[in-house]
Design a protein around this ligand. Structure first.
Ligand SMILES: *Cc1c(COP(=O)(O)O)cnc(C)c1O
Length: 384
């Protein structure tokens, strides 16, 4: 292979003949969306799942530069990556799929949410072994209440025990209790009435925490949908993730698309009418036509189950995806036009002609969140 490379050209130059599949983050769109969702109080930019697929550090820094006061992630390790990337804003981690690493949390100044008495007891034990007694800082804790979802958070019946234990941890100099939080179950309804019971529940939980002597506290409940549609659920901070990258779960507000997903044409050909395309010949051409193969497939996050409307933009027009989605490629029918190798196809992006993330979600029978978080690791992430 390298023998065929002309003298004076490096392999890297040869490899970069044209850009591979790329997801470009549009920072200006993140800033715009943040402005749309800021309705007075501070905003936490949630960048879990690698910033909803767009690159956690890139989205975080775009959000912080646009004024986001906090960052939210699922675990301390993700938070540490943001710290390593120079992010200085307060960070909260709330899920801890591998348990809470107290030492890493304190060292990286990451707040942790705790959602059960059991988890809090364990945190106190770990803090005792690891922390403040040896001159370290206290662990900063947000108490997470189950507000109607049964998907994490302390059940209401355990809340008083949670508060007692939190106070003991604080009085022992191990913890600082800085917040109480919940999460709303009805993110896809832009209907404040659906949130009323959960707003009441968090208010009550906050008030009992304050009466238990845990003031001051930051209370937070709402995510993108509450930030856009329910002032009563905003409390002291809203935690917005989907909205930052342009997704409104309630589909009632147009936000700015923050990603442009492009892929190169890697092969083009003219084929006769009656030509089967792809595995199983699931599509057969009905006329003489040009096809282009794009170098992205289901391993890159293109959904394998797609309706017949699925398309991409090439050369300022939409062209239909035909045949089965393969692991590494898809085929599009480009009609009369033959696009040379290296032509850029836009899978989704802003600008009107290119499909939107929401359209891909509709074609795949899913929600936009799974489209963006499903974009594979070999798709390069860039920033505009
Ligand atoms: C994901 C998540 C958010 C952000 O929700 P969006 O609807 O994406 O804005 C907020 N809080 C918690 C606890 C979450 O898990």
């Amino acid at each position: 292979m390298s023998m065929l490379i002309e003298e004076g050209r490096t392999e890297a130059m040869a490899a970069a003949r044209f850009a591979g599949p790329t997801l470009q983050l549009i920072r200006g769109a993140v800033a715009e969306n943040l402005r749309r969702m800021r309705t007075g109080g501070p905003v936490m930019a949630v960048v879990k799942a690698d910033g909803y697929g767009h690159g956690a550090l890139a989205v975080a820094s775009a959000a912080v530069d646009a004024g986001a006061e906090w960052l939210g992630v699922t675990d301390v390790t993700e938070g540490a990556v943001l710290r390593g990337g120079g992010i200085d804003a307060p960070i909260l981690a709330w899920l801890h799929p591998a348990g809470i690493d107290v030492v890493a949390a304190v060292r990286n100044r990451i707040d942790v949410a705790v959602g059960s008495v059991d988890e809090l007891a364990e945190l106190i034990d770990d803090a005792l072994v690891a922390g403040p007694a040896r001159g370290g800082a206290r662990v900063r804790v947000h108490l997470h209440l189950d507000t109607g979802m049964a998907r994490g958070g302390c059940p209401v019946r355990d809340w008083d025990r949670m508060l007692q234990l939190a106070r003991r941890g604080r009085d022992a100099g191990l913890l600082r209790i800085v917040g109480v939080m919940g999460h709303l179950p009805q993110a896809d309804l832009a209907d404040p009435r659906a949130n009323v019971p959960w707003v009441m529940r968090l208010r009550h939980a906050r008030d009992t925490a304050l009466r238990a002597g845990l003031a001051p506290l930051i209370a937070h409940l709402g995510a993108t949908s509450a930030a856009l549609s329910d002032p009563s659920a905003r409390f002291d901070l809203v935690r917005v993730g989907a909205g930052l990258v342009g997704i409104d779960p309630s589909r009632t507000v147009e936000l700015a698309p923050a990603g442009r997903f492009t892929a190169p044409v890697v092969h083009s050909a003219e084929v006769e009418a009656g030509t089967p395309v792809g595995y199983g010949g699931a599509h057969v051409t009905d006329r003489r036509t040009c096809i282009s193969v794009l170098g992205v497939g289901y391993a890159d996050g293109i959904p394998r189950e797609l309706s017949r409307e699925a398309c991409v933009e090439i050369g300022g027009r939409r062209h239909r995806v035909v045949g089965r989605v393969s692991m590494d490629q898809i085929v599009v029918d480009t009609g009369d036009v033959s696009f040379p190798r290296g032509s850029v196809a836009t899978v989704f992006g802003p600008g009107g002609i290119a499909p939107t993330v929401q359209e891909w979600a509709d074609w795949a029978g899913t929600i936009p969140h799974t489209i963006v978080t499903g974009i594979g690791a070999r798709v390069a992430r860039t920033v505009a």
